[in-house]
Design a protein around this ligand. Sequence first.
Ligand code: SR1
Ligand code: MG
Length: 423
Amino acid sequence: MDSYKDFLALNVATLAGRLKNLAILQEQIGIDHKAWQVREVGDGNLNLVFIVEGPKGAAVVKQALPYVRLVGDSWPLPLKRSFFEHHALTRQSQRDLGMTPKIFSFDEEQAIIIMEYLTPHVILRRALIEGRKIPDLPNKLGCFLARTLFRGSDLCMETKLRKADLALFSDNVALCDITETLVFSDPYYDAKLNRHTAPQLDGIVGQLRTDRDLKVAAQRLKHIFANMPETLIHGDLHTGSVMVTDHDVRVIDPEFAFYGPMAFDVGMLLANFWMSYFSQRGHEGPTPRDSMRRYLLKTIVQIWNIFRAEFSRLWHSERTGILYQRQLFEDQNDALGSAQALDQFLHGIWVDMLGFAGVEMHRRILGLAHNADFELITDPDMRAACETKALKLGRHLAVNRAQIHSMAEINALAERLETEIVR
Ligand code: SR1
Ligand code: MG
């Protein structure tokens, strides 16, 4: 374990005194630090997040802790994740302009990133739980996926730079280990930190843990996750990592970033929309949320379609890397060859993305890190009914992903599960 002898966690009482001399904060918030108002707002699993407000404006101060906040100091975690988050934000901000918060400063030793305070933004997951429909969301998210994944890969980057970057991010081992453990393995055996809605889900949990095809599929997906350094991925792109207003969409929190498979970001994101879909029944009250449910399924289709379209546009306009060189295709008047290669590339992402979506749904219901979509459903029978639907869809996606041909097919199954399983 690294030793952090000079590291000191911030708190509401000490923050202004400790950061008062930072020119960037004086500029953003005001020179008189005694007038700064500090709130701790972090509700994530890992870090401290403060909002600092003053006469001139506001900023967000995010600090990593040397352990997993959700679990406590029995689970140490390197502060260096803050370094990876900072570097990932820098790259994402260049690859898709305006889609990440502006970074004001980074202090590696104290693991502090100071960034733009996004207001009146809310976490997308919360907005969806409230039944809010966000304009332009599929376009923003579909393009973000395509641009960051394409532009960080050997399809586009100079390979020397990409390899140097791969080396830089290869040290994000502890955060990869969290995903490798919590997403791909823990849900499928009686792991220590697991929990689920009991006793309602006991039966299906037993079935999933003895489902040989599912366990093999999950391990194959783990193999791909750990051994396919295709591009710089966000690594934790769920609806809690997106902030929205009716006019803006931003992606935050890329501390899990590393060189991994493109399909992981796509699958994790879409899984969280499918979970939102299945959780709506638990939040709807007397007015059914049929229109919200239709919106969520349509959003999934649109994100995928926009991702494909933007990725294809980049394939034709920015394919400057060592892969699928133009000399072999377009420059020989072989546009069909380029189209064939693109189809094959996108098909690979499609198949793996479905698998990643499946295991993400499972881990949010069976593992350590649950999501508010289901957790905020107070009636355990209702929660379990919603969770059962997601578990079943997740199993289908993980196991049968190579035989699934369209979003329409998946969404038809989602609708069947949604209406057939009553509590
Ligand atoms: C111990 S960390 C649990 C989860 O929180 C993060 O947001 C990641 O999703 C991780 O798997
Ligand atoms: Mg996070």
